[in-house]
Design a protein around this ligand. Sequence first.
Ligand SMILES: Nc1nc2c(c(=O)[nH]1)N[C@H]1C(S)=C(S)[C@@H](COP(=O)(O)O)O[C@H]1N2
Ligand SMILES: [Mo]
Length: 170
Amino acid sequence: MKKYYLSLIAFILFLTFFSQKITAQTTAKEAVVKIEGEVLRPLTIGISDFAKMKHVDASMKNREGVMQKYSGVPIFDLLQQAGVTVGKELKGENLTKYMLVRSSDGYELVFSLAELDPSFTNRVIILADSKDGKPLADGVGPFRLVVPDENKPARSALEVTHLIIRFAKD
Ligand SMILES: Nc1nc2c(c(=O)[nH]1)N[C@H]1C(S)=C(S)[C@@H](COP(=O)(O)O)O[C@H]1N2
Ligand SMILES: [Mo]
C-alpha cells in the first residue's frame, strides 16, 4: 500500500513538473515581425523561422560614419513571400505603393516599392537579425533595417515590428 502511495505522489510530481514546462514553452513569447496591408499572404515571422531564411550581408555607416556589416534577409524576398506586387507587376498604379516600416518605439518611415525591387535598383536593403555573427542587441533588434548607400542612417529603423504595404493613390 505504501509503495502505491509513493508511486502516486511521484506521478503527480512528474505531471506537475511537465505541465509547467509545457505551459512555459507555449506562453514564452517569441519576437516576431509582421508583413501586412496590400499583400496576398500576411506573414508573421518569428526570430527562429527568420534565422532559417536565406541570408545576405549588407553594410552601412552608423551615425559616427563607421562602416558596419550586418546579415539578414533582403526586404524584396520578404515582399515576394507575402505576395506583394513585384517585378513585372510593379508598374502603373502599383508604382504608388509604399512600405511603411514601424518600430516598437513608434518610429516610422517609408520606402516606395520601386526602391526595394531589383528590377529598378541594384541596392539591396535587408532586414537584419545579426551583426558580427551575433543576434542584435536589445534596443537595436531583434530586427533592424539596414539601408546601404544612404548619406545618413535615419531610415535604418531599429526594433522593427511591422512592414506594412499601402497604396498612396487616391
Ligand atoms: N526605431 C528607431 N530606429 C531608428 C531611430 C529611432 O529613433 N527609432 N533613429 C534613427 C536615426 S535618426 C539614426 S541616426 C540611426 C542611428 O543608428 P546607429 O545607432 O546605428 O548609428 O537610427 C535610426 N533608426
Ligand atoms: Mo539620426
